[in-house]
Design a protein around this ligand. Sequence first.
Ligand code: G3I
Length: 335
Amino acid sequence: MLAANFPVGGAIEPSQLGVAADVALLQKHFSSITAENVMKPVTIGTGPGIYNFAPADQLIQFAQTNSIQVRGHTLLWHQTAPSWFFAGNPSDPGYRDLVRQRLETYITAVVTHFRGQVYAWDVVNEVASDTAGQTYRESSPWHAALGPDYIEYAFRAARAADPTVLLFINDYNTEHPDKRTRVLAIVQDLISKGVPIDGVGHQLHINVNTSAAGVDQALTAVESLGLINHVTELDVSLYSDPGSCYENGTGCQADYGANVPQSVLSQQATLYRQLFNVLRSHSSVRSVSTWGISDNHTWLSTFPVNRINRPLLFDSGRLPKWAFWAVVDASIVIP
Ligand code: G3I
């Protein structure tokens, strides 16, 4: 088991439940799972009033059989948002109410379906802007249809459908002061309106050159608002690319190929150790999940470009890496 202070989770796809090595790894080391994709509206929200719960139910069943908890991800995301939510003419007087009703109906159905089966929901994902001077992600179709109020509608509908599940706003780059300021401005606005929100989910898609100090500051900032913290999508990329790599695929660091230098894996292990020391020092941290369970399956092998990446705690053979040993045993000397 990775840590006793909080559940330690990993994102998975239902297909991995048919892979013996993944099942064994989950059973041995993970106490929480997140659906990498199948609890998103793109999978569940087939159409108005039509729900595809079967793939997510498979994960729930596996979790229950193995005494593993489930984190819900996510009720709303601008990426891959099904277009039926926004169908209609935005200049019609009833359009706003129609879209709001579709959102609330969807959230009510999904949260009700999984009531008692998930311990937390990422109610909204990545709603803060990446642009200086802009708080909300204004390019989101949700923002276009409803303005920033959609966030409040989503939280209130989720709470009405399940009075006890923990409700989170989830975002990336909260370890950076500028993005954190925007995320926390949204949180403060919700709190001031009495909107039910329990915590902030920090995705923590970081890289070997990230400083754990920024994470420490993010956790403290959330605590000062009276909320709890979850780490929701942790991975430590081997590459520290410039912004252009993410924006248009240029300037990306060269592929290490199959022979990743030990120095880079050691750097990764050191950061994982520092990070877990920070996480364990905050009692407000109640759940920590990696985005994937082993280097065999990671979104970073195709994003921002195709290349070898090894961002997780277990290698592609599902064996513990130096990063794992660095986290679980403080006495181990990283080579
Ligand atoms: O399942 C279909 C398959 O039927 C189809 O043939 C194939 C062809 O493109 O696509 C498959 O769907 C892909 C899906 O992953 C499952 O593999 C989608 O194209 C692809 O866009 C999708 O990517 C996911 C991405 O979110 C977008 O939903 C990644 O797996 C997933 O890791 C990533 O996760 C996000 C978090 O939800 C939010 N934070 C960032 C994180 C990384 O982008």
